[in-house]
Design a protein around this ligand. Structure first.
Ligand code: NAD
Ligand code: WQD
Length: 330
C-alpha cells in the first residue's frame, strides 16, 4: 500500500486512475485547480470507492501550496496528470501552455526533491514521437512535435531525464499514452470537454446525442486502408490500470512505456463500430485534412506488457459503448 499524490486527479484520466488505485488498496490525495474539471467528480470518486479522498483545490505551479500539502500528508509517490491538453489552443496561446505545463513539472519535482519523494509517474503522450513509422517504439529518437502542447510533453520528458541522471535515488516513469477514450462502466465518470470537442470520440458521442449535427472526417486521402487516419485507441480504464502497474513496479532510474493496445483503427472503422454497438447512426462529411495530423499512429506495447505485466484488454466496441453510456447519462 502506498500514499500517492495525484495531480490533476479530478480530470478525465486522473479520476479513473484514482478509482483503480483505491481499488488496489492505495491511499490517494488529490491536488487539482479545477481549470478543466468539476468538483462533482470528487463525490463520484468517493461514491464509487466508498472512501473519503483528501482534496486540495490548488495550482501545481504554486510552490507554497505544494509545500503545505507535502507538509500535511505522508506521500510515498506522485502521479502527475495536471496539465493543459488542447492542441489547437496551445497553438493560439503557446505561453500559457509552456507556463502551466512546464512550471507544474518543475515546481512539483522541486518539492518532491525537498521532501525526499522520489517516485514519480508522468503523463506523456505519443505526440512526442512526431511523424514516424508505426508501431512507435520507446527507443525511437523523438522528432519535433507539431504544436506547443506536444513540445511541453517532450520538454517535460527531458527535464525528468536530467533529474533522474542527477539523482540516482529517483524512480521515474514516463507513460506515453496513445488515444485514451471510453468511460467508467458505471457511466458516471467520463470525458466531457467544455465547448465543441476537438477529439474524435467526444465529438462522435455529441453527434449521437443530437447536440452536433454531423461528424467531420478530417481527410480520406491518407495512405491507410480506407484513406482516413489510423490511431491506437485505448480504454481509459485499461490506461488507468497501466498507471497502477507503473507505480507498483517502479525501479531506480528512468523508464519509458507506451500505453496503447498495439492495434490501429481508422476513423471510418470507429464510426462503423459505434453504429453497430450502440445502434445509432453517425452522419458524417469528409472535409480537408486537419493541420498537424499524421496518417497513422499506433504503439509497440511489448515493453509495458513484459516489464509491467500489464496489457490493455478492452476492445474498441467496449470503448465506444462505454463512451456512449456516459454521454447519455450527462
Ligand atoms: P483533463 O484536462 O481532463 O485533466 C487534467 C486535470 O489537471 C484537470 O482536472 C485540470 O483541472 C488539472 N490541471 C491543469 N493544470 C493544472 C495546474 N496547473 N494545477 C492543478 N491542476 C491542473 O485531461 P486528461 O485527458 O485527464 O489528461 C491528463 C494528462 O494526460 C494531461 O497531462 C494530458 O496532457 C495527458 N495526456 C492526455 C491525453 C488525452 O488524449 N486525454 C493523451 C496523452 C496525454
Ligand atoms: C483522432 C483521429 C483525426 C476529430 C490528440 C492529440 C494527442 C493526444 C490525443 C494528448 C485523427 C480524426 C478527429 C474529428 C476526425 N492528446 N478526427 N474528426 O489527433 O490522434 O490525438 O489526442 O496528448 O496529442 O493530438 O486524436 O481524437 O483528435 O483524432 O476525423 O472531429 O480522428 O484526424 O485521424 P489525435 P483525435
Amino acid at each position: 500500500m502506498m500514499n500517492i499524490l495525484v495531480t490533476g486527479g479530478i480530470g478525465y484520466i486522473g479520476s479513473h486512475t484514482v478509482v483503480e488505485l483505491i481499488n488496489k488498496g492505495h491511499h490517494v490525495i488529490i491536488v487539482d485547480n479545477l481549470s478543466n474539471s468539476n468538483i462533482k467528480t470528487l463525490n463520484i470518486i468517493e461514491n464509487l470507492t466508498n472512501k473519503k479522498v483528501p482534496f486540495y483545490q490548488k495550482d501545481v505551479t504554486d510552490k507554497q501550496a505544494l509545500l503545505n500539502i507535502f507538509n500535511n500528508n505522508k506521500i510515498d509517490g506522485v502521479i502527475h496528470f495536471a496539465g493543459l491538453k488542447a492542441v489547437g489552443e496551445s497553438v493560439e496561446k503557446p505561453l500559457m501552455y509552456y507556463q502551466n505545463n512546464l512550471m507544474a513539472t518543475i515546481t512539483l519535482t522541486e518539492v518532491c526533491s525537498e521532501y525526499d519523494v522520489k517516485k514519480i509517474v508522468f503523463s506523456s503522450s505519443a505526440t512526442v514521437y512526431g511523424n514516424q513509422t508505426s508501431p512507435m517504439n520507446e527507443t525511437m529518437k523523438l522528432l519535433q512535435t507539431t504544436n506547443p502542447y506536444g513540445e511541453t510533453k517532450a520538454m517535460s520528458e527531458r527535464i525528468f531525464q536530467d533529474i533522474a541522471k542527477a539523482d540516482p535515488q529517483f524512480s521515474i516513469v514516463l507513460l506515453r499514452y496513445f488515444n485514451p477514450v471510453g468511460a467508467h462502466s458505471s457511466g458516471l465518470l467520463g470525458e466531457n470537454p467544455s465547448g465543441t470537442p476537438n477529439n474524435l470520440v467526444p465529438y462522435m458521442t455529441k453527434v449521437a446525442k443530437g447536440k452536433l449535427d454531423r461528424l467531420f472526417i478530417y481527410g480520406n486521402d491518407y495512405d491507410t486502408v480506407d484513406g482516413t487516419g489510423i490511431r491506437d485507441y485505448i480504454h481509459v480504464v485499461d490506461l488507468a490500470k497501466g498507471h497502477v502497474a507503473a507505480i507498483e513496479n517502479l525501479t531506480k532510474g528512468l523508464d519509458i512505456y507506451n500505453l496503447g493496445t498495439g492495434k490501429g483503427t481508422s476513423v471510418l472503422e470507429m464510426i462503423d463500430t459505434f453504429e453497430k454497438v450502440n445502434q445509432i447512426k453517425i452522419p458524417y462529411e469528409i472535409v480537408e485534412r486537419r493541420p498537424g495530423d499524421i496518417a497513422t499512429c499506433y504503439a509497440d506495447v511489448t515493453k509495458a506488457e513484459k516489464e509491467l505485466a500489464w496489457q490493455a484488454k478492452l476492445s474498441v466496441g467496449e470503448m465506444l459503448k462505454d463512451a456512449w453510456r456516459y454521454e447519455s447519462n450527462i
